[in-house]
Ligand binder design. Sequence first.
Ligand code: IPR
Ligand code: MG
Length: 155
Amino acid sequence: MIKNTPYPRVGVAVLILNDQGQILVGKRKNSHGASSWAPPGGHLEFSETFEACAVRETLEETGLKIEDPLFLGITNDKFPEENKHFVTVFMKAELQNKQAPKCMEPHKCEGWQWFTQDKLPEILFTPFKKFIQGKVYTSSPFLYSFERHQKTYFF
Ligand code: IPR
Ligand code: MG
């Protein structure tokens, strides 16, 4: 790799659903996408699996213990203002045991909140926004639709 040449990074984002089908997001700060709302997640470490990264980042950022995260899809995003490029792997986990999220990294996030999927905050983190819009690489967008509480969710 040529020194000082920008390169794409790999992030893992975790869509965590509670027992009411709400999704956990927080307002980012001090990094790319500051002031936008994003699910927990972060950089994939060397030799780490997507699943292990999802479990680790979720615990580090929210204190929540998730199990068996499932792969959903991938977005490919440029952040022109910050001159960053991220390939983001989206994973899904259903939260068990009514755990409550804590803001473990207050320098990176203003706090975690649950939202219903049809009433998400207006300003969403670019990869998350694109995922919701279906601008996501996946084998079948319909594979992940499922019935829960008499409602079909988008993942
Ligand atoms: P860290 O690793 O500090 O959590 O990085 P990040 O949150 O800026 O990671 C960006 C990609 C995520 C949100 C999928
Ligand atoms: Mg993060």
